[in-house]
Write a protein that binds this ligand. Structure first.
Ligand SMILES: [Zn+2]
Ligand SMILES: [Zn+2]
Length: 290
C-alpha cells in the first residue's frame, strides 16, 4: 500500500513538472498567435454621415455613385486596388440613437498603412473628400480592429516631405515650395496677429531656392523687425494673401505660410513660438513646446 502511495506521488510530481515546463511554451505560442492575429487583423473604418437636408437628390446620387467607385478607382502607386471592401447604406434602425446620422459606410483595409495612404495621399480619395465636404453637415468616424480592445491609438502620420503647391485666395498667384518637414510652426507674435487678423500664423522656414513662384506677381510690404532690421512681406497684390516673408537677419532663409499650401489642413502643428503673445483662450496643443 505505501508503495502505491509513493508511486502516485511521483506521478503527480512528474505531471506538475510537465505542466511547469509547458506553461512558458504555451504562453509563448499564445503570444505569437496573438501577435499574428494583430498583424493580420483587418482595419475597419466606420463612417457615419448626416447629409444636409438642402442637398438635391441628383447631387446625392452622384456622390453615392462615386463612393461606390472608390474600391475600383483607389489604387496604390503600383496600380493595385487596396480597399478590401466597402459597404454603404442609409440608416434603417428604428432605435432613436442615430444622433441625426442618415447613412453609414464601412471600409475595410488590410493595414494601417493602407488606411493612412487612403486619407493622406490617394489623390482619388482626396478629390472625393473635397467634393463631399459641401454635402455633409456632420459625421462620426471610428476605426476598429476586431478583438483589439485596449492600447494606444496610432499617431496621425505627418505629411511626407516634398514639394507642395500653394495658391492665394483669388488664384492669381501660385507657387511651389519644398518642405523638409511638412508641419506647421505656430507663431503667436503681435505682428502675425496684426497682419493675419487671427490668433497666430502657421509657417515653415525654408531655403529661398526652395520656393518658386510659378504664376502671378507679388507686392512687397516692408517693416522693421524686433532686431531693428527690415522684414519684407510678399503678398498677392489683388487679394492680399501673405505668401512668405524674409527677415534680413535670416540671410538665405525665408518663412512661408503653410496654411496656403495644398494639404495644409492635414499637416500637424509641430511647434509654437512667441508663446508670450498667445491669447489666453487658445487651448494648449498637446505635445508642443512653447
Ligand atoms: Zn490673390
Ligand atoms: Zn509671428
Amino acid at each position: 500500500m505505501p508503495i502505491l502511495v509513493v508511486a502516485r506521488h511521483i506521478k503527480r510530481l512528474q505531471s506538475s513538472r510537465r505542466s511547469a515546463h509547458c506553461f512558458p511554451l504555451c504562453s509563448l505560442l499564445f503570444l505569437i498567435a496573438y501577435l499574428c492575429l494583430l498583424v493580420m487583423t483587418v482595419l475597419t473604418h466606420i463612417v457615419l454621415f448626416k447629409y444636409k437636408p438642402s442637398v438635391p437628390w441628383p447631387e446625392l446620387q452622384r456622390h453615392f455613385e462615386s463612393f461606390e467607385q472608390l474600391p475600383k478607382k483607389c489604387v496604390k502607386p503600383d496600380g493595385k486596388p487596396y480597399l478590401k471592401s466597402l459597404k454603404m447604406g442609409m440608416n434603417l434602425s428604428w432605435q432613436a440613437f442615430n444622433k441625426g446620422m442618415t447613412h453609414g459606410f464601412i471600409i475595410e483595409f488590410e493595414s494601417q498603412e493602407d488606411h493612412d495612404f487612403y486619407h493622406l495621399e490617394d489623390p482619388v480619395h482626396i478629390e472625393f473628400s473635397k467634393n463631399a465636404a459641401g454635402l455633409v453637415e456632420d459625421s462620426v468616424v471610428v476605426d476598429i480592429k476586431d478583438g483589439v480592445l485596449f492600447g494606444s491609438k496610432p499617431k496621425k502620420p505627418g505629411k511626407a516631405p516634398g514639394v507642395y503647391r500653394g495658391s492665394c485666395h483669388c488664384g492669381q498667384v501660385e507657387w511651389l515650395v519644398k518642405l523638409d518637414t511638412a508641419e506647421h510652426i505656430l507663431c503667436h507674435c503681435g505682428t502675425c496677429q496684426k497682419l493675419g487678423g487671427g490668433p497666430y500664423s502657421m509657417n515653415q522656414i525654408v531655403h529661398q531656392d526652395d520656393l518658386r513662384i510659378i504664376q502671378g506677381q507679388l507686392k512687397t510690404y516692408t517693416y522693421t523687425g524686433a532686431s531693428g532690421n527690415p522684414v519684407n512681406c510678399y503678398y498677392c497684390d489683388n487679394c492680399t494673401s501673405h505668401v512668405y516673408h524674409h527677415q534680413a537677419v535670416m540671410h538665405d532663409k525665408i518663412i512661408v505660410r503653410t496654411m496656403l499650401l495644398d494639404g495644409g489642413g492635414d499637416m500637424e502643428p509641430s511647434a509654437e513660438i512667441f508663446a508670450e503673445g498667445k491669447l489666453p483662450w487658445i487651448q494648449d496643443i498637446a505635445g508642443l513646446s512653447t
